[in-house]
Unconditional design. Structure first.
Length: 451
């Protein structure tokens, strides 16, 4: 009897080993890359991932057999691969082009998990990730569900005005969902869903090469400490000039004066809100409008790239999407944008009951609360842009001069003759989708994504 049990166990182990062996020697099909742009000398070099090792890890971690891989695209910091499974499923592997602090990758995954659990925002499921570059694949990566959709920036210009309004109402719905998540401190989300130190990228010259370093500070319970953190990161660099260091002191004074005069405004006081760090058309996925009869507006199916999302003052959540901000290079869009921005503002307010605290927060913040002090500070210090120190000098010089003279403009970077939008009535045009309809729509979407 004992011998029989031993033989049976040995046969099971032997069959399992043969299965693993056969899987590993099965050829993996590498499809032609969809990213045919040449790699430039100024960007990170092309990655050479071990795709066989990646497919083996997918099989081990989530039980899916990968039959083919295809490079889809690349960004500044990541390369994207499509993984096609044996049963017809599609997964996305996002590979890091430059080593990141492990905490930054863990925070991104934790943020996506938190947003999925506390809102109805369609966020891809992350199945597993490797936060150490020393793994079988050869770099840090994460594997998540593929979302069938089109990037908003690829369709925006071809949409009708009414469909653009519908899209903006959906974008406002996302911001309303994020506004409902309240936190008592600013910082990055950690694995248990709480707020930890703020992780923010900083460019440094290491051995004659530009390296992205994720700085870690906080968390902080005040807007003043939050904003000064970004200044500290620049002023602590050994590469900062004496002149720029003096200008940074001036920036501190400007911020202190602004906060003192706006201390009662709800958009700079706690509670703080979760802010997507790159909430733009490339990270908003919608249904393909060419697949419909043309009468139905595109529907939001995914919000992606939560890299460096963090908890911040409400001011930095409620912002006009860049594609409805005026730009001197697109003057022909000024009249249309003048229609779309008020619609977007009304759509944000409609996410909350009239007269509620969140309604008044939104009303105070946009459009009347938009200001040059914080907008231009964000452009210089908070966006994922790494200025050369010569460019930083020019930016700081103009910022300090404009703020001290009182001539700063909130959106002058795009339109030189920018003037603030009027705060119009909250009455809507009548055909926009209501918050209740969105709740139903996204409950259906969540069932589709999870099911």
């Amino acid at each position: 009897m004992i011998d029989t049990i031993f033989v049976s166990a040995w046969q099971v182990l032997n069959l399992a080993s043969e299965s693993v062996l056969s899987r590993r020697v099965m050829p993996l099909s590498i499809l032609p890359s969809l990213d045919d742009d040449e790699y430039e000398g100024y960007e990170y070099p092309e990655l050479k991932p071990d795709l066989t090792a990646l497919s083996d890890l997918v099989h081990t971690r989530i039980g899916q057999t990968i039959i083919s891989c295809q490079k889809v695209t690349r960004g500044t910091y990541n390369e994207i691969y499509m993984l096609n499974t044996e049963d017809g499923r599609k997964l996305i592997a996002r590979l890091c082009r430059s080593p990141r602090h492990p905490s930054a990758l863990r925070s991104e995954v934790a943020t996506m998990k938190l947003v999925r659990s506390r809102t109805s925002i369609p966020v891809p499921v992350v199945h597993f990730f490797e936060d150490s570059p020393s793994n079988e694949v050869g770099m840090q990566f994460l594997v998540m569900d593929y979302v069938e959709g089109v990037n908003l920036y690829q369709m925006w210009e071809d949409l009708t005005l009414e469909h653009k309004k519908d899209v903006l109402t959906q974008v406002a719905w996302v911001l309303g969902q994020l506004a409902n998540m309240e936190f008592e401190a600013t910082g990055s989300i950690v694995e248990d869903g709480s707020v930890g130190p703020l992780l923010h990228p900083m460019a440094e010259n290491v051995d004659e090469e530009e390296v992205i370093i994720d700085m870690s500070d906080g968390p902080y319970g005040s807007t003043s400490d939050y904003l000064n953190l970004f200044i500290d990161r620049f002023s602590s660099s050994s590469r900062i000039s004496k002149e720029n260091r003096m200008r940074l002191c001036k920036v501190r004074e400007i911020l202190a004066k602004y906060i003192a005069s706006h201390d009662n405004e709800p958009y700079i006081r706690p509670p703080f809100r979760l802010r997507h760090a790159d909430f733009d058309g490339q990270n908003l996925l919608f249904t393909d409008p060419t697949l419909s009869d043309g009468t139905s507006p595109p529907r939001l199916v995914g919000v992606i790239d939560w890299d460096h999302a963090h908890v911040a003052p409400l001011y930095f959540l409620y912002e006009y999407p860049v594609f409805i901000q005026d730009n001197d290079g697109s003057r022909h869009l000024y009249s249309e944008n003048a229609i779309l921005r008020p619609h977007f503002v009304r759509a944000i307010r409609k996410q909350f009951p009239p007269g509620s605290a969140r309604y008044f927060e939104a009303r105070a913040c946009i459009p009347s609360g938009r200001c040059s002090t914080l907008n231009n500070f964000k452009t210089i210090f908070m966006n994922k842009i790494f200025w050369s120190y010569k460019m930083l000098q020019g930016r700081l010089k103009r910022y300090v001069a404009a703020e001290e003279a009182g001539t700063g403009k909130a959106y002058a970077d795009g339109r030189v003759d920018w003037i603030p939008d009027a705060d119009e009535s909250d009455s809507d045009e009548g055909n926009s989708l209501t918050s209740e309809k969105f709740t139903y729509s996204f409950q259906w979407l969540r069932l589709r994504v999870d099911g």
